[in-house]
Design a protein around this ligand. Sequence first.
Ligand SMILES: NC(=O)c1ccc[n+]([C@@H]2O[C@H](COP(=O)([O-])OP(=O)(O)OC[C@H]3O[C@@H](n4cnc5c(N)ncnc54)[C@H](OP(=O)(O)O)[C@@H]3O)[C@@H](O)[C@H]2O)c1
Length: 244
Amino acid sequence: MSKSVLITGATRGLGQGMARHFAQRGYKLALTARKQEDLIELKTELEASSPQVIICELDVSQFDRVPVVLREAAAALGGLDIVVANAGLGEPARAGEGKFQQMAQMIDVNLTGAIATADAAIELFREQGRGQFVGITSVAAVRGMPNSGVYSATKAALGKYLEALRCEVHGQNIVVTELAPGYIDTDINRALASRPFLVTAAAGTRVMVDLIEKQVSFRYVPPWPWTLVAQAMKLMPSALLRKM
Ligand SMILES: NC(=O)c1ccc[n+]([C@@H]2O[C@H](COP(=O)([O-])OP(=O)(O)OC[C@H]3O[C@@H](n4cnc5c(N)ncnc54)[C@H](OP(=O)(O)O)[C@@H]3O)[C@@H](O)[C@H]2O)c1
């Protein structure tokens, strides 16, 4: 029987790329995002390969809507095997430059929205007796990245939350996976001056779906070279970090 996956922020970038790979691998899909037209377009594309595709409008910063949409998707697909909290914002925002509203929105979407998604997913998984929750963090969580301090903070905080969550669900047939991408070519990083070790969205999301299917606890994406680079980043002196 086909497995089912729900993805937040599915209409662009990594969410869209993962949806394509899951569809090719025969998964039933619940695609969620803010824009109905984009959802309809992607549904039309993926219906050719996936056994069932449903779409639900969802802004993950409307926290009360999150459990409602997960329940609707589970009812339509006969349960959810995997929930991927992918929706995220990553605009640069320096302190003291009038960007507080942007920063607060980033916290709502990247952190509180992802936790709302996890909270609803875990409740559902406990009832089903199975499930896998996937959170998307970042190599930007390894250090507090200048000009992206709030983005780094949301991803670091989400990583700690997922670590605790993995302990909470131990022995309950629930898997918690954290994927921390480096630079994968999407809208979120196109304006950056430097994107070291860049990979295409198609290649990066193939690795992500492989790792989700392997039910890993944590991996950088792609694992090479980022596992090594992340260790080097931890040792980097602040003088060097300031230049990034
Ligand atoms: N690409 C990378 O190199 C990279 C590296 C590290 C981590 N990540 C993380 O990977 C995830 C996906 O990023 P991406 O690279 O695919 O970025 P992207 O191309 O900018 O796509 C972001 C997605 O999130 C959705 N989104 C934004 N705010 C939302 C909200 N309030 N509710 C629901 N959906 C919302 C967007 O949908 P709309 O069309 O509605 O805006 C879009 O589908 C993010 O969590 C990001 O932080 C990416």
